[in-house]
Write a protein that binds this ligand. Structure first.
Ligand code: FAD
Length: 222
């Protein structure tokens, strides 16, 4: 089953990330962290399904996505760049393995932050952000999605790491076992991972080396 919804607003969050707010299908149900198959209701694009994660909350009266675009290539995300308020999306099946199970360390790469935006928004709403930490890996400071908001929400528990530039207040390089170890403590049982496959593989190896059991790892590759 799928629903056609109108775009209510579309704007740039960063140089290559769009925030799209659309009407909420009346029968839609999802939990924070889940994604949905989306296509564009334009001739030739209706069957080009791509997965995007809700950054809105289930109770909101709209749905929201934060979408990294690839303009170098004529795919769906490039096409999204030409859409305007009033254009339509087709919203299909909801799926996804990420779900909040308790306090832990969120480790995201690039657009892999999206399930954690939804989960952290729910925790914020419930006043339950607690000791959760976020290690957020990007190439440059300008690539950080919802930077100010995440920093404000998590304070010292927001750890940003940049691979392609050295900036004060940010770690430099790739997510290492040492960086994860520095953030670990007993109360933070769960590890939530989301990002591109090479980053996920590297982080999973670090977690295994640090003795984290698979049962405490909740993950989704983008
Ligand atoms: C469960 C899930 C949830 C997701 N949620 C989100 C989300 O909330 N936000 C988000 O931004 N992304 C999300 N993604 C990723 C998103 O689905 C892809 O980025 C999107 O499908 C790309 O669509 P496309 O048609 O533009 O590119 P495609 O044609 O599908 O290309 C796929 C990938 O190929 C690479 N690629 C594209 N063009 C080139 C090129 N010219 N040269 C080299 N490599 C290239 C890119 O890495 C791109 O991601 C999610 C993925 C999954 C599996």
């Amino acid at each position: 089953m799928s629903d056609i919804v109108r775009i209510k607003s579309i704007e740039h969050l960063t140089h290559d990330v769009l925030k799209i707010v659309a009407e909420k299908p009346t029968t839609l149900s999802y939990h924070p962290g889940q994604a949905v198959d989306v296509s564009i209701n334009k001739p030739g694009w209706e069957n080009e399904l791509r997965a995007f994660t809700f950054t809105s909350l289930p109770d909101d009266d709209h749905i929201e996505f934060n979408i990294k675009t690839y303009p170098s290539h004529n795919g769906v995300t490039n096409q999204l760049l030409s859409l305007q308020k009033g254009d339509e999306l087709i919203i299909g099946g909801v799926f996804g393995d990420i779900e909040y199970k308790g306090e832990g360390i969120f480790i995201a790469g690039g657009a892999g932050i999206t399930p954690f935006i939804a989960i952290l928004s729910l925790l914020e709403k419930k006043n339950a952000v607690g000791g959760n930490k976020l290690i957020f890996a990007n190439k440059t400071k300008g690539d950080i999605i919802q930077h100010e908001r995440l920093q404000k929400l998590l304070g010292k528990n927001f750890i940003s790491i940049l691979s392609d530039e050295q900036v004060e207040g940010h770690e430099h390089g790739f997510v290492s076992a040492e960086l994860i170890k520095k953030s670990m403590h007993e109360g933070l049982k769960f590890f939530y991972l989301c990002g591109p496959p090479p980053m996920m593989n590297a982080v999973e190896k670090h977690l295994a080396a640090l003795g984290v059991p698979d049962t405490n790892i909740i993950k989704e590759g983008f």
